[in-house]
Design a protein around this ligand. Structure first.
Ligand SMILES: [Zn+2]
Length: 362
C-alpha cells in the first residue's frame, strides 16, 4: 500500500494525521517540518515536496506568524501572531492540493506566556470545524518544558481535551532542548536536563492517552536549537528507544505492537546524519528544520547578488552599457526566486536525510 492510499494530497487533518505518522513510523522515515514566515517560503517548500513526491510538514512559529501579518502591526494579546498564522494556514490550504502533496499544517513552540496565540488558532479551528467538519490546522505545539512536569501535564491535558473535540493533534515538549529559540534561551542549561527521563515520558503518555491518542512528544536527547560549533552536548537517541521500551514494559505492550510514542526531533539543523537515522528507528516521525533552511534561503540570494553585482548597483547602467536597464535583475521575482531555489534544494536534502524522499511514488 502506497502512502497516497493512506492520505490524499492537501492539508491532512484528524485521524489521517495519525495514519500518516503511523505509516512513517512503520516505514522508518520521518517528515521534515519546515518553518515558514512568508508566502515565498511556503511555495518553495511545496515545490520541493511536489517535485520529489514527498509528504511534508509546514510549521508557523509565533514570530513567523507575526511576520506574516507584517512587522508594524501591534502584537498586543498575540493579535498579529494569530492573524498571520491564520493567513499562512489558508495560503497552504489553497495550494497543497494543487501541488499534489499531503501537508501536515502545524504551529510551532508555544510557551505559557504565548498561550493566547494558541487560543486564537484553536478558535479558528473550531470555527472551521463548524463549517467544514474539520479543523484548519493539523496540529499545534504546546511547549511547557520550562514549567514543572506537573504543570506541563496539567495544561497539556486541558488543551488536548479541547483539541481532540475538533480532531487536532497536539505536540508537547519534555525536558529542555538546548540553544535559543523564540525568546527562550537555554544555552547555559545544566546538561542533565538536556536528557529526558523514560519515567517522565511514561507518566505523560499515560495521562494523555486517557484523553486522546492524538499527540506527539518532543523529548530532549541532547538536541539543540540552532547550529553551534561542536560542543559538549552529545545526541543520545537511545533515550528514545529506552522510553519506548519502558512504556512497553510498564503497560505490558508486546514488542510486536507499534511503538507507543510518536517522537519529534527538535533542533534538527546541523545534526549528524547517523544520529538522525538512529532516532527514526526509535520512533521519531517529525524533525524540525529551521536554521538550515533559513541559511539556504539567504545563500541563494547572496550568490545571486555576487554573480550579478555589477547589474545591481542602480536602476540603469551595467557592464553592457551606461544606459542599460537593470530591472530584470532587481525585480523581487528574480532574486527572491534564487532564494526559493536553494531553499527547495535544502528541503529536498532534508527529505533525503529523513528517508522521506519520494514516499508518494506508488
Ligand atoms: Zn523544542
Amino acid at each position: 500500500m502506497g502512502l497516497l492510499d493512506v492520505v490524499k494530497p492537501g492539508v491532512v487533518v484528524g485521524d489521517d494525521v495519525t495514519k500518516l505518522l503511523r505509516y512513517a513510523q512503520e516505514h522508518k522515515f520521518a517528515i521534515p517540518a519546515i518553518n515558514v514566515c512568508s508566502s515565498s517560503i511556503i511555495n518553495a517548500v511545496l515545490e520541493a515536496a511536489s517535485k520529489t513526491h514527498s509528504p511534508v510538514m509546514i510549521q508557523i512559529s509565533n514570530g513567523g506568524g507575526a511576520f506574516f501579518a507584517g512587522k508594524t502591526i501591534d502584537n498586543k494579546n498575540q493579535k498579529a501572531s494569530v492573524v498571520g498564522s491564520l493567513i499562512a494556514a489558508h495560503h497552504v490550504h489553497h495550494l497543497a492540493e494543487l501541488y499534489g502533496v499531503p501537508v501536515i499544517l502545524h504551529s510551532d513552540h508555544c510557551a505559557k506566556k504565548l498561550l493566547p496565540w494558541l487560543d486564537g488558532m484553536l478558535d479558528a479551528d473550531e470555527e472551521h470545524f463548524k463549517i467544514h467538519g474539520k479543523p484548519l490546522f493539523s496540529s499545534h505545539m504546546i511547549d511547557l518544558s520550562e514549567e514543572t512536569l506537573d504543570e506541563n501535564i496539567r495544561l497539556c491535558k486541558q488543551y488536548l481535551t479541547r483539541m481532540s473535540r475538533v480532531g487536532v493533534t497536539m505536540e508537547l515538549e519534555l525536558g529542555v532542548t538546548g540553544g535559543e529559540e523564540e525568546g527562550v534561551d537555554n544555552t547555559n542549561v545544566d546538561n542533565n536536563r538536556l536528557y529526558t527521563q523514560p519515567g517522565d515520558v511514561h507518566r505523560t503518555w499515560k495521562e494523555l492517552t486517557q484523553i486522546s491518542s492524538k499527540f506527539t512528544i518532543a523529548a530532549s536527547f541532547g538536541n539543540v536549537h540552532g547550529v553551534y560549533a561542536p560542543g559538549n552536548v552529545i545526541l543520545r537517541p537511545e533515550i528514545l528507544k529506552n522510553s519506548q521500551q519502558y512504556i512497553r514494559d510498564q503497560e505490558k505492550i508486546p514488542d510486536s505492537a507499534p511503538f507507543p510514542v510518536f517522537f519529534v526531533f527538535h533542533g534538527g539543523s546541523g545534526s549528524e546524519k547517523d544520529k538522525i537515522t538512529e532516532a527514526i528507528h526509535y520512533g521519531v516521525v517529525k524533525m524540525n528544520v529551521d536554521t538550515d533552511t533559513q541559511w539556504a534561503y539567504w545563500e541563494g540570494i547572496m550568490n545571486f547578488y555576487k554573480q550579478k553585482e555589477k547589474y545591481l548597483q542602480g536602476q540603469i547602467g551595467n557592464p553592457e552599457g551606461p544606459t542599460k536597464p537593470n530591472k530584470k535583475f532587481y525585480d523581487p521575482r528574480v532574486w527572491l526566486r534564487a532564494g526559493e531555489e536553494t531553499l527547495a534544494r535544502r528541503v529536498t536534502e532534508a527529505f533525503q536525510d529523513l528517508n522521506c524522499l519520494g514516499k508518494l511514488v506508488k
